[in-house]
Design a protein around this ligand. Sequence first.
Ligand code: AHR
Length: 663
Amino acid sequence: MKMNKKLFGLFVSAICVFNLSGQGITMQANVKDVLYPVQATMYGVFFEDINFAADGGLYPELIKNRSFEFEHPMMAWTQPKSDRYSLNKNGGFASPVRAKEGGYGQVYLHIDIHDDKGFILENEGYRGMAVEKGKTYRLSAAINNPDNSIRKLVFEVVDQAGKVYAKGELMPKGAWKDYESTITATETIEKGKLVIHFEGNGSLDIDMVSLFPTDTWAGRKNGLRKDLVQLLYDLKPGFLRFPGGCIVEGRTLAQRYQWKKTVGPVAERTTLVNRWNTEFAHKPTPDYFQSFGLGFYEYFQLAEDIGASPLPILSCGMACQFNTAELVPLDELDPYVQDALDLIEFANGDQTTAWGKLRADMGHPEPFHLKMIGIGNEQWGTEYFERYAIFEKAIGEKYPEIKIVSGSGPFAEGEQFEFGWDQLRNSKAYYVDEHYYKPPSWFRENAGRYDDYDRKGPKIFAGEYAAQSVATVSPENKNNWECALSEAAFMTGLERNADVVYMTSYAPLMAHADGWQWTPDLIWFNNLKCYGTANYYVQKMYSTHRGTHVVKIGENGKAVKGQNDIYASMVYDETKDQYFVKVVNTSKTAKSMTLQLDGGTFEETGKGLVMKSPNLSDLNSFEEPELVKPTSFDYTMKKGLLKADLPANSFSIYYIAYKKKRK
Ligand code: AHR
């Protein structure tokens, strides 16, 4: 059959149209279409003491159970040459005893040494004890040596064969006193242990045995682990949520997080079991307790250090509903409400107030500028809303300027979720915290989740989310590129909806490679090293290119949320007078992108950042910590027309600047 010219032309353009829609996307944006501001809080971090994130992680004390207050007072401690609590063959007998009135702390270790052959105690650390060659460590302990019968305590960090990596000594004299000395590691070891040699013959009491790196974040004495805080700092987070998570609720009410017990002198903070210790049969960590060396003062300080707005979450009088679901009767809720009011005073009150004075006495006379507070973590049902209403009234009356974060529970949809939302909508809640731990495909399919949310209703806090490569709470979940890429796609939807989505955070934040309970996590660490996952770099791409305003971008007026596996959003940064176009291609093939930019004259060469890998199972690790991370690229455009190839499985950010006037 002979085809005439016109028919041939039609045929060719049909193929072109087919190819365009099959292979890529054509988008348009007019930079004058500025829609609404992006909140400074848009991308934040969610910290919970899960996976050894606090003790054993961010709080880098090397001695586990330093104050002998774990449920079993000798947990993590051994007397290698004897049976526990029995006479040491070498003459020592160590038994934890309750402090008598006037004693030091709650529990201390009393040791009777009956001859002079040398008594030894060991501490296993947090899955081993690491020291690094050339680095210094502050060794300290509180010791009562009333009759000076013990001459000396020698502390050594050793490997299993007994080789010494760091060594120091304390020479206690007389009644209870704090002793301190600085020691230097002569070599590096990741999984050592501490051995204490007691020299002398007689009785001694010891407490708060501590070995702490001196090189901490901001150089603070017994401060936070520097490399981990650096990763947080680099995210430029808009807020820091703390201390969780379910840890806020506790498995029982008695085990809930009580902020007042985490402030004041560190030695007086009472140790509490960590609710994640035996939560998962597949990952038991019975040695998981909270020393509260990292307490609420330190959390506020951390938030300030990393430039994040503090967001404390408090118990609303409900223990975890996945566990005991214990409830405080409504007419007994006062102490809980008072805790919330007092916390606001602790953070913001001046020094004439009781709690403001405590903050000042702890070293921070200036307020912490608390602007929001969370009531309850992940509660659901009528019980929550009844309690929430009581807090809301009390906080609203005394501190109307404080915004309250409420929650829609652990479910991303369904009956309880809808019920929660109805309640919160009716009560005109300010922020609603939504959680979703879902498969990667869910994230790709839900980039439009917030498109139809009521613009006049509560603001969204997407407070906990993470793509689960296998299933929620599966120990097989991986922080792979498929999950991170799917989150990147979803986040274009968060950004596009910044008029209703005010805060977002990935969860959980951190995990110790040898002590975790929950995966995936944003940051992994061991006793020496840490790395950001692919998910971390996705978060960082967004948070460091947050912009100040959302700009409309679309395909013929429609949001780009999965057409041909492509997702897009665009922001303007008024501080840099620059635009950031974010484009995600979740397809296994490269796609062509055409972007027509109007509303200005733009530089025709520019830079961008891209994360890409054809292999969706790629993941960062201690061995390859930067396998999946952003790299830069150059692009060109002509008269506002940007044509580019989007690599397979990629997340790109294009930096667009106005053309500079040339002289
Ligand atoms: O992020 C881990 C847990 O997931 C949080 O503690 C809880 O809020 C959620 O169920």
